[in-house]
Design a protein around this ligand. Sequence first.
Ligand code: NAP
Length: 455
Amino acid sequence: MSHELGSEARPLRVAIIGSGPSGFYAAEALLKSDPHIEVDMFERLPSPFGLVRLGVAPDHAKIKNVIKIYERIAQKDGLRYFGNVEIGSDITVDVLKKYYDVSIFANGAQSDRNLNIPGEDFSGSWPATEFVAWYNGHPDFRDIEFDFSHETAIVIGQGNVAADVCRILCKTVDELKHTDIAQHALDQLAESKIKHVYMVGRRGPVQAKFTQLEIKELGDMDDCAAIIKEEVFTFDAASQAEFDDPESKTAAKNIPTMKTIAKQNRGNASRTLHFEFCKSPVEIKGETKVESIVLEHNELTGEAFKVKARGTGATEEIPCGLVFRSVGYRGVEMPGVPFNEDWGVYPHENGRIEGEQGQYVVGWIKRGPSGVIGTNKPDSQSTIAQILEDLPTLTPCEVPDKDAIENELKARNIRPVSYEDWKKIDEAEVSLGKDIGKPREKFTRISEMLDILKK
Ligand code: NAP
């Protein structure tokens, strides 16, 4: 006799791929809903929490408090965590379909957008995403060597990631040493010779994407003078209209904060952080390594809220040894899942992946890399609502047995990390951190994490 999907006799079997905020909010919404649902969450690394652990800046400890919410969700009945299992390679999407009625992709945007300018691939030109992953102790980026022997670094983009990168480059070791920054990063930053950082935006201060708190922090570092020229506050007509509009919430807060910074006199600081507006990178110059960057000056065109940058032909060249391209994250294709190459996302209709049945999407791989952590909650909830609506039409998977996936992993010689295992790794990190005045010292190698579980 067949049982209905979502009944006590035949719970809906759901796989969530990714353990960042969107994955946890999806799990929470599923477990709160009425039907009987069993959720297995897969994570490529042994450690959970995605960008909260490996993207949020080390000096933003408060933002990481959200992990406490995810811990509560992780310990709910009905949710199992499988860390150290990569969907797409260890387990293909086709195999996943055999064991789960529904797969929810919450795997975020793991790559970065390109600038498409000459010299972008020179040594010394980095995606900001890799620098962020490096100082946060991501195992894949542990061994990158950034060359901090130069005096000038350029950060392209004016979003909150660019603000994070600037802070980490400009703060003193004393400001960072009691955070959870990876020790290898702190040691290399301690030797940094960087004196000048330029944060370059293609449009004006009204259109800058960073938010007030982040700008305020940039004006408030121990040994770095943030420099904003007064002239940038003379707006063109469209920017003025945008700033005056009550809808313009970010600029309404950002501009007064920037004006306060512009008036500061921090002449004796060892480092300077220059806010550059209306400039676009057009070329990175050098033989094989970055030696300078050419910026084209822009004028702003278009109406309020649709303001675009247009090159004027006038350029300037800034000698530098490091360039960080912080122009947005980008999703990565996964074999077996449709991909929109232009947008770097999985194409979907209200979370249901186009042309597929039983495949859904949440978070940055659904809507692109925008919004704060909390934005993911309603986003995930709306996908779950769609799944519940689709429930009567879903095709049951071939093997709904709960133990089957564990046997499959064993057969493939894959050692999954359970949530209990993770708590052991977590405790070990916290204990290592305690000895040196940090909230935790992250393990930056997967082998180190797995070694803890052998004890
Ligand atoms: P973002 O906010 O979209 O900023 C991207 C920046 O790159 C913008 O300044 C954009 O300029 C610029 N850009 C894009 N293409 C460019 C090009 N071809 N040439 C020059 N500049 C270019 O992205 P993000 O900084 O990566 O942040 C991603 C999301 O995470 C955001 O929602 C952010 O708020 C969030 N986040 C939040 C925090 C926090 O809460 N503290 C920290 C980090 C990240 P245009 O505006 O002209 O496109």
